[in-house]
Design a protein around this ligand. Structure first.
Ligand SMILES: [Zn+2]
Length: 417
């Protein structure tokens, strides 16, 4: 289905750059509160999201969200029972250590997470050590001018071979730092393991693996600026666009995003108004060769809730224009197989709540790509803490998805009905 795309306008004058010295103790002012509500339906959660609440996680009908007084009143009017977990500022202060580290690193104790500079180093190292199977480029630049790195892994990496291409994208949402580590694990596994691990070797020989470890580097850097966590989700253009509401399939159609710039689910001024989504979409568009999209499968990693999600998000319906019963069944089959491997819960995206302008809806609706979202560890998070698990979980929680990643790479070779 067609979409209108415009070249992203980079309004430099609107950039909100807040330099924070290492000595400041000021946290962003925020009078909103984190709540948990159990026993909610998808319709309840869609109503909560539409009221302006920032949904952090959903698991077994229990939703964790950030709400202000108006959203709380709206929820109570619907008969929902809210349990207060604490103020946003208070919860962030609890998570942030007293001792500030340098202005551009993760908080003390979480240094194993990779900053943007460290992500860049890791990718450069992978190419330096495995130049025969790995090449580094970018799909474009972020609003603040950071390269949106693209690492390609395949045998004969310099050639565009006729092999299924599989895309992994991470960190559309700034505070979901564990996802960046997930993409780095894929890079490490399929470069270091080549030649020794037979499964890895076979997949590298027969696939073209494309990894974008951070789609939102500006937001991720801002989220750790000053050496403490800010709870930031969006990009850094003006008051921020929610990149995963900015994609051009049914953009803004269905009350699954916000038109308010201050909202955490602000969809932007138009589809692909964010330079990050525009660049990634242009790259995917460029993979149509001889009338055929070369990318056949995709995972976009998020945190948290431990879910495997498939399109569509804009409608509760299982089938729709651009989604036949057979196609919906394949999403369900692949999603369920992947979830069986990692213990996540598989479901259609809209089973959580309605979203529009998401990456999966566009990848599938526009390009026919088998595109899923993983919501990673933890299953539930006690509020904002869910975004900031200690760095000790990086290894087990990224390894946990090895088999699911392998399933997708194998499925990439099978045709969609
Ligand atoms: Zn997310």
């Amino acid at each position: 289905m067609g979409n209108t795309r415009r070249i992203a306008a980079v309004v430099a004058g609107m950039a909100l750059i807040v330099p924070l010295s290492a000595t400041t103790s000021a946290q962003p002012s925020d009078d909103r509160t984190v709540y948990e509500i159990s026993g909610t339906s998808a319709e309840d959660r869609t109503a909560l999201a539409r009221s302006g609440a920032d949904v952090l996680g959903v698991r077994d009908g229990t939703v964790t969200l950030i709400a202000g007084p108006a959203e709380v009143s709206a929820a109570r009017a619907k008969g929902l029972d809210l349990t207060e977990l604490g103020g946003v500022e208070e919860l962030l202060a609890e998570r942030n250590p007293d001792v500030r580290t340098s202005a551009n690193d993760f908080p003390a104790g979480d240094e194993d997470y990779h900053t943007y500079a460290e992500v860049t180093e890791e990718l450069e190292r992978a190419v330096a050590e495995h130049g025969d199977i790995a090449s580094l480029s970018s799909v474009g630049d972020s609003h603040e001018g950071r390269a949106l790195h693209l690492l390609k892994i395949s045998d004969n990496v310099a050639q565009d071979e006729d092999e299924p291409e599989v895309l992994f994208t991470c960190n559309q949402h700034a505070r979901e730092h564990l996802t960046t580590e997930m993409c780095l694990r894929i890079v490490e596994r399929f470069t270091d393991g080549y030649g020794s691990d037979p499964v890895v070797t076979e997949l590298v020989d027969t696939r073209e693996i494309l990894v974008v470890p951070t789609v939102n580097p500006d937001g991720a850097e801002y989220d750790i600026s000053g050496g403490y966590y800010h709870g930031w989700r969006k990009n850094r253009d003006g008051s921020g666009t929610d990149l995963n509401r900015n994609w051009g399939y049914q953009w803004g159609c269905c009350g699954g995003s916000s038109s308010w710039p201050s909202s955490d689910t602000y969809r932007g001024t138009s589809a692909f108004s964010a330079p990050e989504t525009a660049a990634l979409a242009a790259f995917v568009d460029s993979r149509v060769v001889g009338g055929e999209q070369q990318i056949t499968a995709h995972i976009d990693f998020h945190t948290y809730s431990e879910l495997v999600l498939w399109p569509f998000g804009y409608t509760y319906a299982d089938t729709a224009p651009d989604m036949t019963r057979e196609q919906a069944q394949r999403f369900q089959d692949v999603g369920t197989a992947m979830a069986a491997s990692n213990g996540y819960t598989p479901q259609q995206s809209s089973d959580l709540y309605i979203t529009d302008g998401s990456v999966n809806d566009w990848m599938w609706g526009e390009h026919g790509i088998l595109s899923l979202t993983f919501e990673m560890y933890p299953a539930s998070g006690g509020g904002l803490d869910g975004f900031y698990p200690p760095d000790e979980v990086i290894e087990p929680e990224t390894r946990r998805n090895d088999e699911a990643v392998q399933i997708l790479l194998e499925e990439a070779g099978n045709p969609m009905p």
